[in-house]
Design a protein. Sequence first.
Length: 391
Amino acid sequence: INVRGLDDVDFTPASQPANWDYPDIDLPDGRVMRVLWMNKDEPAAYLDFISTLPAVVEKTVEAAVNSKIPPQLRRNAASGKEERIPEAKLEALTLIGPLPDVDDVTDVIVGIQKSIPQIEISVRVVEVSETDAFSFGFDTFFQSVETDPNSPTRTFFNRASTILGLPEIPGRGATFNPGSSITPLLIDLGTVTNGVQVDFLIRALKLFSKTDVLSAPALRVLDGYSAEIIAGEDIPFFEPKFSASGFSTISTSFKQIGIKLFINPTVVGRDMVRISLTTGVEAVTRESTFVSNDVTVTNPVITTRRISTFMDVYDGDTAILGGLLTRSKFDSENRVPVLGEIPVLNVLFSSRSKQVLQSNLIFFITPRIIDPSRDRRRMITPVIPSNDDGK
């Protein structure tokens, strides 16, 4: 298809799931040219599919993939501003033919696009801290794993029992001894049947340990597409540089830290989601100071904890990933001024303490399949108020 002379055409796409560009371009022979904007590599797949339609088979409609059409502008719904989408991320499927036939082919493509399910991914990142006085028993995570005998590479964890001196876990029938002392928390990593139990377990952790919910992002992504969430900050690193004359300068670079999530979910069957996941947390734990040529530079030390996995999770279930442990030792000494520095007597006027802090990072991943066609039918179904008879 010759697209020369279209530089002055205002290509403004509609909203997702596909970027439809209207109005159509009227050609001299009475036909119309319609440009359907899509993500790169999508048009080729649609071209293979619509090649079986009568209008395309009979050459009534000419269809082709075209990447030479000028880059388009898209209006940001939040800001109201027009933003230019990078050309490398776009490709166009062009249809040329009589308007009714082009409409028929377009309806088929739109129907396919709107039938693609979306997947809502909810993630909660929880850090549980443990001191010498409290052990929350996470070692049992890795000793009570149930595997699917039909697929040894897939691991399911469908139990969630706790012993905390708390009420019964919803839907599990597990009871607790209210009079017992602090006892280990036993949770099987993996699939928990519903979000209520996940909330229960997090609340239980908070009662007996220092538990922080670091992040709780949620997003929707089309089936088979990738998505990412990055929540953090850029921290500076300083590096001294010295010239031949001894004059020093400080160069600054930045590193991004925080919580990062990269996920690619795919619907398998009717109620299973196959997830390719990489997630982790980077945080500053301490500072490191060095001196060079009388120049003192202090830089942060970053601790990284990351998980990469490939797993199957049922729609609405929660996969629990953990075991990212960090262990820190702290020595402290307290002295009474003057008296704490006198030999022999300093024993009476000073004290020393040691503390071991261990933290476990836990990820709760919950996928939910969103059927757009089902949601759309529910949205357009009229609500008829009942009459006085309640009918």
